[in-house]
Design a binder for this molecule. Structure first.
Ligand SMILES: [Zn+2]
Length: 115
């Protein structure tokens, strides 16, 4: 399952950060997930709940920030909302477009507390 390995990866990164500081637990983490990142939100929240067990993140409040995709057109320079499969510019029908937002999949911030 894609989301489970992602969740374990997130836990690993955050645990490493927490270990650097010493005896502390993670109070809160903020995750950013883009609508075009390929992640299924329900699967990720489920996977995170599993992955944090027995780690410094076990008691953490996890905030999931959903980032809607935004694309831009190289031909007419206008921005638009792409659908999942269709990245054609609605203004000039160009296929020369690229995503500005939507691929995000990252830990935005972490709040630690001392034990
Ligand atoms: Zn265009």
């Amino acid at each position: 399952m894609h989301e489970l390995s992602l969740a374990m990866n997130i836990v690993e990164i955050v645990t490493e950060e927490a270990d650097k500081i010493g005896r502390c637990a993670v109070k809160r983490i903020d995750l950013e997930i883009g609508s075009h990142s390929g992640v299924v939100m329900e699967a990720l929240t489920f996977a995170m709940d599993e992955a944090i067990k027995g780690t410094p993140l076990a008691e953490a409040k996890i905030n999931y920030h959903w980032v809607e995709a935004v694309a831009a057109c190289q031909e007419c320079c206008q921005e638009f909302k792409p659908t999942e499969f269709d990245h054609i510019c609605p203004h000039c029908n160009s296929m020369q477009t690229y995503l500005i937002h939507g691929k995000e999949l990252k830990v935005k911030s972490v709040e630690l507390k001392e034990l």
